[in-house]
Design a protein around this ligand. Structure first.
Ligand code: HEC
Ligand code: HEC
Length: 701
């Protein structure tokens, strides 16, 4: 089998498979028309995929960041302004996760001064959640918390509107609505002389901007936040293709004619409370002055007065640290946000054992046309990030864009769009995706195909977040039945979704339960790279989030440490992603003493032999607000003769503590939990005495 030629045609392939089957090497399915092999060899599968996509190299992720797609000049060389360099990538990564930038809080639009600089791009794009928000409704500025880890070590994203924003509306529109933004981010409401508020922000420049979701009390976008992984491979970004669309399109906003990644990095400065205000904040920080000088040597040469050591006077650093250099660094980071060491990548590189037999069957289905008995996924999910058409070029360039990465899959709206209907005073408003950008009815309800990498950590899928696991998404494609009547009736519903096996065939894919399992296994495990989440110095995949190496300046970046960068924090000195009290406790940076906020009752105390004493406590929340993250129970004042046997650790002050995982990471009003402390001492000694302190927070006290 290993000696098969590289380009076997379909006919020869079938013959080879049949021959191998006859030789007892393979189980061959005899279903007519079905690509036959159930368990063909890795080599055969590679050859098959090679044929299907016209060259397996189209699926390979370049090893080096510099080889990932980047904007090019007409002559094909990289555009020097946007060239990928390590200094730019590192700066971009720091900027993405540093809450220092969200400084554009304008009370006249409802912004709350207390929320200034509390969130970042990383608030809605978490490494632990596949680069997505991990929540159906995403929150940045105006919210608090990041997530908690359960007793088995799983990270559960959790970010909620700040307490003062919760009792917002008297009659909720849908469950949980009292918690959300009044206006989804991209809704602007202008004062009009006559008529109703304008839709979108390019339409007839009417009067004064009166309300905007971009600046109100809570930053939340009315779509499920997609992964940022692999964004650099697309010539349009955002789910309707807003980013990268020419300025001339009815819904286009691209004054500098940027490619998609630069375009999105600019648009989102405006969407997320950074534009015009972030630069002054960044200019104040010596470590950032250094990082910008490293990343932008030409601009640095023109801004000699903006050095790490200087105390820059206003305006001094404007040439070096401004919205454009920020977006250039951000774009470089986004382009390099890829995974490279999934079992799939290793399989493509020739490692035969990296995918299990089941995952190979799944991959086979993925790359087999539905009309041939496969699942046909590759027709919309190809390229290294599996987020576009087979022949869509990786490098953006004039005339190269392949429009058909947008499809109507019959999906309904994200729940937050209910608010959009109100904001736009248009009872018929629908999030119709690409049509809002191009103005073409033929684009109604089309959304961009998304990456399939890392989805095992994703919690919500599709632009409306209506699915919560990968298998359900596969089943949706398998059935081919649209979930939403409006999208289904728009005349743009993709036949590749409803009748992928061809006109006259039954609806959907017709995959068996086992095939659905195999495909799901391939997607969840074959396309998963742990090094994107947990730092692995051996891997060519970089963590999406800043990792211990990135943030241990004292060892890896003494230049930044010398300028005041503090280990474990962003260069601004703020915590990663979010800077609010609950996030700091979620991230183990600080604790809240809640001893007097809960009732602690000792319900039992038993001598259990061997000098052991077992004390059981009931902890009850009798207040009106929740204890909002896990507890650390510290036993203070123990005699030196006593050991706490079930201690989780010892505090910096030398007392043993027990970490208590709360159900769902909180102790709600009225809830109680029982916990047990086990002490050991010499049997003849009197009962153990100590004093309990209850701390809310997830770090080491
Ligand atoms: C409040 C949550 C939130 C914040 C904060 C946020 N994003 Fe997003 N992001 C989203 C959502 C939701 C979308 C999809 C929006 C759409 O399609 O209209 C998105 C889309 C994107 C995309 C496009 C992905 C794709 O496949 O099309 C990129 C890239 C991105 N964000 C980067 C960023 C950057 C950079 C920042 C910081 C400047 C940022 N995000 C801040 C929620 C957020
Ligand atoms: C006709 C094109 C097309 C085909 C065929 C197709 N997809 Fe998709 N896929 C899309 C589009 C478009 C989206 C995004 C839709 C949205 O969010 O509105 C998507 C989204 C997804 C998502 C959700 C990703 C996320 O982060 O939310 C998964 C999973 C997925 N597809 C898997 C598959 C599988 C598995 C197959 C084969 C059975 C498949 N797709 C076939 C176009 C397609």
């Amino acid at each position: 089998m290993e000696s098969e030629p590289n380009t076997v045609d379909q006919h020869l392939f079938h013959k080879l498979v049949a021959r191998a089957g006859a030789a007892g090497l393979l189980v061959v399915s005899l279903l007519p028309g079905v690509a036959t092999a159930q368990d063909e060899s890795p080599t055969q599968l590679r050859q098959f995929i090679n044929q299907q996509v016209g060259g397996i190299e189209k699926l390979v992720v370049p090893e080096l960041d510099e080889a990932l797609p980047q904007p090019r000049l007409a002559n094909g060389s990289p555009d020097p302004r946007f060239k990928t360099t390590e200094a730019k990538r590192f700066l971009g990564k720091m900027l993405f996760f540093d809450p220092v930038r969200t400084a554009r809080i304008l009370p006249e639009f409802g912004g709350l001064p207390a929320t200034r600089q509390t969130a970042s791009c990383g608030s809605c794009h978490l490494g632990e959640a596949a680069g997505k928000a991990g929540m159906l409704i995403n929150f940045a500025v105006g919210a608090e918390g990041r997530g908690y880890t359960d007793a088995s070590g799983n990270f559960i994203p959790r970010r909620r509107p700040r307490q003062e924003l919760q009792p917002q509306r008297r009659t909720p529109l849908f469950a949980g609505d009292a918690l959300v933004d009044e206006l989804p981010t991209l809704t602007d409401v202008y004062e009009l002389a006559v008529g109703s508020p304008a839709r979108g922000r390019k339409l007839p420049a009417p009067g004064r901007l009166v309300r905007t979701g971009r600046l109100d009390a809570l930053d939340s976008v009315g779509r499920n936040s997609p992964s940022v992984i692999g964004a650099g491979f697309n010539n349009r970004l955002l789910l309707g293709g807003f980013a990268g669309e020419p300025d001339s399109a009815p819904g286009g906003l691209n004054p500098f004619d940027f490619t998609a990644v630069e375009s999105v990095a600019l648009l989102l400065l405006d969407a997320h409370r950074m534009l015009d205000f972030q630069s002054a904040e960044l200019q104040k920080i010596a470590a950032y002055r250094k990082l910008f000088r490293d990343a932008f040597p030409e601009e640095a040469a023109q801004a000699p007065g903006c050095s790490p050591q200087s105390t820059p006077s206003p305006g001094n650093c404007d040439l070096l640290i401004n919205d454009i250099t920020v977006l250039r660094a951000t774009a470089t980071f986004l382009r390099t946000a890829v995974s490279r060491n999934t079992p799939w990548d290793r399989f493509l590189a020739g490692e035969n054992g990296s995918l299990t037999a089941g995952q190979r069957r799944g991959a086979k289905l993925f790359f087999t046309a539905a009309s041939e008995g496969g699942a046909g996924c590759y027709s919309c999910h190809s390229g290294p990030m599996l987020n576009k058409q087979v022949n869509d070029p990786d490098v953006a360039g004039a005339g190269q864009f392949v429009e058909e990465n947008f499809f109507n899959l019959g999906l309904g709206d994200h729940p937050l769009q209910t608010l959009n209907v109100l904001a736009r005073t248009d009872p018929n408003f629908r999030d119709d995706g690409r049509r809002e950008i191009t103005g073409r009815d033929s684009d109604a309800f089309k959304f961009r195909a998304l990456t399939l990498r890392q989805l095992k950590d994703g919690k919500f899928f599709f632009h409306n977040g209506s699915f919560t696991n990968v298998k359900d998404v596969v089943q949706y494609f398998n059935r081919g039945v649209p979930q939403d009547a409006g999208a289904a009736a728009a005349g743009t519903l993709s036949a590749r979704f409803t009748y992928p096996r061809g006109a006259g065939s039954p609806r959907g894919l017709g995959l068996s339960g086992e095939q659905v399992e195999d495909l799901t296994d391939f997607l969840e495990n074959g396309l998963y790279d742990p090094a994107l989440v947990r730092f692995d110095p051996e891997s060519t995949t970089k963590t999406l989030e800043p990792n211990e190496q990135d943030l241990t300046y004292s060892v890896y970046r003494p230049d930044l440490a010398a300028l005041g960068a503090e280990d474990g924090r962003m260069p601004s000195g703020r915590p990663r992603s979010n800077d609010d009290a609950l996030s700091r406790r979620d991230m183990g940076l600080e604790f809240l003493d809640v001893t007097s906020l809960v009732d602690v009752e000792r319900v039992e105390s038993n001598r259990v032999g061997g000098g052991r004493q077992e004390d059981l406590y009931r902890i009850t929340n009798n207040r009106t607000s929740p204890v909002d993250t896990h507890l650390v129970i510290v036993a203070g004042g123990l005699s030196d003769q006593v050991r706490m046997e079930n201690a989780s650790g010892i505090t910096n002050a030398g007392d043993p503590y027990l970490r208590v995982f709360l159900p769902d990471g909180v102790l709600l009003p009225g809830q109680s939990i029982v916990m047990r402390l086990l002490f050991k001492q010499q049997p003849q000694l009197p009962a153990v005495s100590y004093k309990l302190t209850l701390l809310s927070g997830q770090g080491k006290p």
